[in-house]
Design a binder for this molecule. Structure first.
Ligand SMILES: Cc1ncc(COP(=O)(O)O)c(C=O)c1O
Length: 506
């Protein structure tokens, strides 16, 4: 074990290991020219049956070969141009180098006495983002594990603030106020499920979430929101929070932030903006204006691991008034005594729901200090333009129905041939197309449902994807669609022929 520890005595072994890992990665990247192998879970599960975790392998080479078989061979590769599925981005190589540094030192950023410069690197990035959002001088924030945790923090702060306002009680001290079930959260019908999750975790339940209908562009309908808030008020309930989404997961739609901010203020609701996806617009040279109104938010979620091209996890939560972060502060003598805070020691765990926490900020730091914010922003603009080109391509195809013009970089559509059979068959066909693409592995796309019907989705986050890649994926989609429909129709015909024969012989 001693020879395995990372320290100045084992640097030669470490360097040799790094070289082997880099070689493995390089071979793997060159050999794998499609996003996925197409393997099914039960097929891969077989390979794990022989692994005995109580019996280590003899050497690093064998262990790396095993990893190659069990992981790399069938991993999903987001850097491949035909990976068009979820909100996963290709990442800057500088971010990987930063991660190697942070992991090697094993910095834990929860307290100053465990992190030193790391605390200031994280805080500088928080301050930088706060300025880009325009949240003002009293704002602050903290890195989180992702958008889900950031949205949970937002709802936690909103809940405790409103309980203090309406019931004069401190949830932190006394637990939930008696009348907590009157608290309601308003969010659009296409917002991220982490809002429902947060409501459940915070003891409010899914029923506390009011789903506000959207306009035809999948943005929260402000008139419907006003009606819902008024109804809540009339019913004697409490509008705890309004959650707007800047970049919905499926449609990339951006809710009318300015309008919603006004309504939230009018009804005394906490205004949260989930910009997990759309946050990258902050650094685009031409599209910052799409986020107009975000500066009025009480809190904001931003995932650098989506539209800032950073590795998972790299994400942050922001508040307009830093005092609200005290909801998650607990002073322990063994870690972060109050006296330390009073002396001005910057212990980041005072504003986080995590204790031990990775130094995720270094990835973004090195990307900004080398690639630069402008280039990262331009990469996002590029995929937004690609989404528009893809919109033109798909809209001009008579066998495809496109649902919306892209506001960010997603596109929802379905295969719908003109001689279209019944919609149930169309649903099955679109399901088949996605499954078949995944099974073949040449291209990965996502899927979603609208009013119970099956649709397909492209998510563009890779600036190496070109329109010719999209054309090739479209050809596959139509090929699989046609194949499925022909099979289905011929078996229907066979079915009716058999039925006719049965009637004849009856
Ligand atoms: C709009 C939105 N909010 C929140 C999240 C959750 O983010 P994470 O997966 O980082 O927890 C997502 C994830 O896709 C999202 O699209």
């Amino acid at each position: 074990m001693v020879s395995s520890l990372f320290n100045d005595k084992n640097l030669a072994l470490f360097q040799m290991g790094i070289k082997k890992v880099v070689e493995l990665l390089s071979t793997n990247m060159k050999d794998n020219q499609q996003p996925f192998s197409g393997i099914l879970p039960h097929e891969l599960a077989v390979s794990f049956q022989g692994v005995d975790l109580d019996k280590p392998l003899d050497n690093l080479d064998d262990a790396l070969t095993e990893i190659s078989d069990l992981y790399l061979k069938d991993a999903v590769y987001f850097h491949q141009p035909k990976y068009l599925a979820h909100l996963n981005c290709p990442i800057t190589y500088q971010a990987i180098l930063a991660d190697l540094l942070a992991t090697s030192i094993n910095t834990a950023v929860e307290t100053w006495d465990q992190s030193g410069g790391a605390t200031f690197i994280e805080q500088s990035l928080i301050d930088w983002t706060v300025a880009k959002i325009g949240l003002g001088d009293a704002a602050d924030g903290v890195f989180t594990s992702g958008g889900t945790q950031s949205n949970l923090m937002a709802m936690l702060l909103a809940r405790d603030y409103q309980c203090q306002q309406y019931f004069g009680s401190s949830n932190k001290q006394q637990g939930l106020a008696k009348d907590f079930h009157r608290l309601k959260i308003f969010t659009s019908q296409v917002s991220h499920f982490s809002i429902q999750k947060a409501a459940a975790i915070l003891g409010l339940g899914y029923d506390a979430v009011v789903s506000v209908p959207c306009d035809p562009y999948f943005r929260m309908d402000a008139v419907k929101l006003a009606q819902a808030l008024e109804y809540c008020h009339q019913a004697g309930d409490i509008p705890m929070a309004v959650v707007a989404t800047a970049g919905t997961t499926d449609f990339g739609s951006i809710d009318p932030l300015g309008c919603i901010a006004g309504l939230a203020k009018q009804y005394g609701a906490w205004f949260h903006v989930d910009a997990a996806y759309g946050g990258g617009l902050l650094i685009t040279p031409h599209y910052h204006h799409k986020l107009a109104g975000i500066e009025q938010a009480d809190s904001v979620t931003i995932d650098y691991h989506k539209s800032f091209f950073q590795p998972v996890s790299c994400s942050a939560f922001f508040v307009k008034q830093k005092k609200h972060l005290s909801v998650v502060t607990y002073h322990a003598e063994y870690l972060n005594p109050l006296s330390q805070q009073q002396a001005g020691v910057p212990d980041l765990c005072n504003k986080s729901i995590q204790t031990t926490r990775r130094f995720d900020a270094l990835k973004l730091w090195l990307s900004l200090r080398t690639v630069g914010a402008n280039s990262l922003g331009l990469a996002l603009e590029q995929v937004m333009h690609l989404a528009q080109q893809a919109y033109s391509l798909l809209s001009s195809d008579s066998e495809i129905e496109v649902v919306h013009f892209p506001q960010l970089s997603t596109l929802v559509f379905r295969y719908l041939p003109k001689n279209n059979p019944n919609l149930k068959l169309v649903d099955e066909t679109n399901r088949f197309i996605r499954t078949q693409l995944s099974r073949q592995g040449q291209a990965l796309i996502a899927a979603t449902k609208i009013e119970g019907h099956q649709y397909l989705k492209f998510t563009f986050l890779n600036c190496t994807t070109q329109i010719k890649d999209v054309q090739q994926v479209l050809m596959l989609i139509k090929q699989y669609g046609e194949q499925f429909l022909n099979q289905a129709l011929s078996s229907q015909l066979q079915g009716s022929a058999i039925a006719a024969l049965e009637i004849e012989h009856a």
